[in-house]
Design a protein around this ligand. Structure first.
Ligand code: CP
Ligand code: NVA
Length: 300
């Protein structure tokens, strides 16, 4: 494993290895056991979109590993004034040990990896969010003990979160059921992958998807960059909400995850959100541990 660009690139074994290391690093942090695997290393963090969790967890995680994080807002980089990503990659490769990037186009992340000579970590694109889904898988395994026999149900937009969840959950052996409005399905590349699995189902019925689910997951209806479509999307996604009625169709011990930020009373009710706050905020914490594991795998 040279980079973390998308879940499609990882083998099931690589995912398991990251999760095992993440569990170990979480244990070490909780017990005050130092783990300076990245002493003397530097991570550049390029942000073309806003972030709370990704920025703070990468920055803190790098510090805990003995390395040094640099926050690089694209507003201040020449990339924001049009310097090609190919040149940025070759320059930053001469200063840094690794780059985390949050941007719009997946092709930009792939170009950084192609032209640079250091590990590249995708901190979210319009296409996928692998760091989040590694944390989600870590959380599911933590609460359920293993992935065996579990069904993950995603309700909402066929967006970056849906894409990475579909691939990640299928790769670790879970059944996956996704409910999206017809005009908001995941892209062909993801569906082509998923349709190789008998345990994958795509429907426009949230009730059908939620049936007997062990894990229910949703995300905002309008992602970063889609703010202008918010009203249109509110109409399209009406009915695609995780609420008590939907929860009653899932297993009685079903867990709920949300990558956050959440829009209460849109994709999830306040009541369901608060009833599952324990899982949702453990999931947010696990961003830290999962990303530290990724950085150690790629940069140590
Ligand atoms: N879930 C997530 O990536 O959060 P941020 O946008 O705050 O980084
Ligand atoms: N789909 C959301 C995820 C935020 C973490 C977005 O891209 O804005």
């Amino acid at each position: 494993m040279k980079h973390l660009l998308k879940m499609l690139d990882l083998t099931a074994q690589e995912i398991t290895d990251i999760l095992d290391l993440a569990d170990q690093l979480k244990y070490e942090l909780k017990h005050g056991i130092p783990h300076p695997h990245l002493k003397g290393k530097t991570l550049g963090m390029i942000f073309q979109k806003a972030s709370t969790r990704t920025r703070v967890s990468f920055e803190t995680g790098m510090y805990q590993l003995g390395g040094y994080p640099l926050f690089l807002s694209s507003n201040d980089l020449q990339i924001g004034r049009g310097e090609p990503v190919q040149d940025t990659a070759r320059v930053l490769s001469r200063y840094l040990s690794g780059i985390m990037i949050r941007t719009f186009e997946q092709s930009e992340v792939e170009a950084l990896a192609e032209y640079g000579s250091i590990p590249i970590i995708n901190g979210l694109t319009d296409f996928c969010h692998p760091c989040q889904v590694l944390a989600d898988l870590m959380t599911i395994r933590e609460f359920k003990g293993s992935f065996d026999g579990l069904k993950m149900c995603f309700i909402g937009d066929g967006n970056n979160m849906a894409n990475s969840l579909i691939v990640g959950c299928l790769k670790v052996g879970m059944a996956v059921s996704v409910a999206c409005p017809d005009d908001y399905q995941p892209p062909k590349e993801i569906l082509d992958f998923a349709n190789q699995y008998d345990c994958f189902e795509l429907t426009n019925s949230p009730a059908k998807a939620a049936e007997n689910a062990d894990v229910l997951i949703t995300d905002v209806w309008a992602s970063m960059g889609q703010e202008g479509e918010a009203e249109k999307r509110k109409k399209a996604f009406a009915g695609y909400q995780i609420n008590d009625e939907l929860m009653s169709l899932a297993k009685s011990d079903a867990m709920v995850l949300h990558c956050l930020p959440a829009h209460r009373e849109e994709e999830i009710t306040e009541k369901v959100f608060e009833a599952h706050a324990k899982e949702i905020f453990e999931e947010a914490e696990n961003r830290l541990h999962a990303q530290k594991a990724v950085m150690v795998k790629l940069m140590a």
